[in-house]
Design a protein around this ligand. Structure first.
Ligand SMILES: *Cc1c(COP(=O)(O)O)cnc(C)c1O
Length: 380
């Protein structure tokens, strides 16, 4: 099998899947879509994902950190960007000078933004973040109105948005989500009465955008589902969504070993008989978790990882896939010959969620982008 990429391990990110998933949300909600590209676009690569999302109709980008926003600006992306969370006060001027919108929930942030805006003779753009029940960041709804007034009165500060974040939108019981939405709606009513409403009101993450039209407001913030990954076990995406990411490596060495051979550190696994063992150049240094019971796809078959996961290698038992050769592709997440290992399956095995699986793919794993060109074709 020819491997034009010639990497030990790499991700293939199908940008046409990102495009289709963004469009699905535009159609489903009829609202503006903010593509959430924090944490290097959930491991998929911030700049290519952001560009694809914009080409597909997303009008906003959402990140967690100022550094992430600057990476997008340095790639000449001029789309509106919101830093969803905490910005160190010292970095607020950097955000403003780069026309990056910031989340605010106290007077100090707003005063700093105002000072910098006046000094540079530009507008600072602020989204008031309200804590309606996540208890993470934001102003309590009781004080949100006076903070909104403070934003409106601050010279150079534009009251651009108002938002909150759901704690339980991906769970089967909607009680908490309904309560949060209720608190938010009450605040909206008060602001509206006093003509304090900003341009953009947004609260839905992927899970809410899939099932709660009452939460759409002006814009939905789409993270996990844009990557074709399910928000949770209870919130499964339809067939029209496709995962964008495949994680691959190769068989670096294939050998028949004698019965009683210890495999990998500590010899935790010892062959019972003569066995075909493959060595794959991927390990916990790439984000492959050092736990027992892993499987990969090789020769179209699901084969077990044997012995401990090393920093740079895993070994697999190839007895059920005897025709493989050195250099053959293996799949760690994705499909091969009709067999699939999903990010959700790995999450189950690694005792976590699919979000952490893709965010945990280290920088050393190469990223290859598929179907980039077709995006441009489709625009014509
Ligand atoms: C990460 C994040 C999102 C996206 O959540 P998903 O569940 O991935 O859709 C939306 N809003 C905020 C504030 C976030 O931090």
């Amino acid at each position: 099998m020819s491997l034009p990429e010639n990497f030990s391990t790499w991700l293939e990110v199908d940008l046409s899947a990102i495009r289709d998933n963004v469009r699905a949300f535009l159609l489903l909600t009829g609202r503006e879509v903010m593509a959430i590209v924090k944490a290097n676009a959930y491991g998929h690569g911030a700049v290519p994902v952001a560009e694809t999302a914009i080409q597909s109709g997303a009008t906003w980008l959402g990140v967690s950190r100022i550094e992430e926003a600057i990476e997008l600006r340095e790639a000449s992306i001029e789309t509106r960007i919101l830093i969803l969370g905490y910005t160190p006060p010292e970095k607020i001027p950097t955000a403003i000078r780069n026309q990056i919108s910031i989340a605010c929930w106290n007077r100090r942030q707003i005063d700093l933004a105002s000072e910098c805006a006046q000094k540079n003779q530009i507008n600072a753009k602020a989204h008031l973040k309200v804590d309606t029940g996540m208890s993470r960041l934001g102003a309590p709804p009781e004080s949100a109105e006076s903070i909104a007034e403070h934003i409106i009165e601050a010279p150079g500060v534009e009251f651009e948005g108002l938002f909150t974040h759901f704690a339980c939108a991906d769970e089967p019981n909607p009680a908490v989500t309904e309560l949060q939405e209720g608190h938010f709606q009450e605040l909206l009513n008060r602001l509206q009465k006093n003509q304090l409403l900003p341009e953009i009101i947004h609260i839905s993450n992927s899970a809410a955008a899939l099932i709660r039209p009452s939460s759409f407001f002006n814009m939905v913030r789409i993270g996990i589902a844009m990557y074709g990954l399910h928000p949770s076990k209870h919130q499964i995406l339809g067939e029209n969504f496709t995962p964008a990411l495949t994680w691959k490596s190769v068989l670096g060495q294939v050998k028949k070993v004698a019965p009683g051979t210890g495999i990998s550190y500590g010899h935790e696994y010892v062959t019972a008989k003569s066995e075909l063992i493959g060595t794959i150049p991927v390990g916990y240094g790439d984000g492959y978790r050092r736990v027992k019971g892993n499987y990969v796809l090789a020769g179209g078959k699901r084969v077990p990882v044997v012995g401990r996961v090393c920093m740079d290698y895993i070994m697999v038992n190839l007895e059920t896939a005897p025709d493989v050769k050195e250099g053959d592709e293996v799949v760690l997440i994705g499909s091969q010959n009709g067999n699939t290992i999903s990010a959700e399956e790995l999450a189950e095995r690694w005792n976590t969620i699919n979000y952490e699986i893709v965010c945990g793919l280290n920088a050393r794993v190469a990223r290859i982008y598929k179907n980039k060109d077709s995006l441009w074709d489709n625009k014509l």
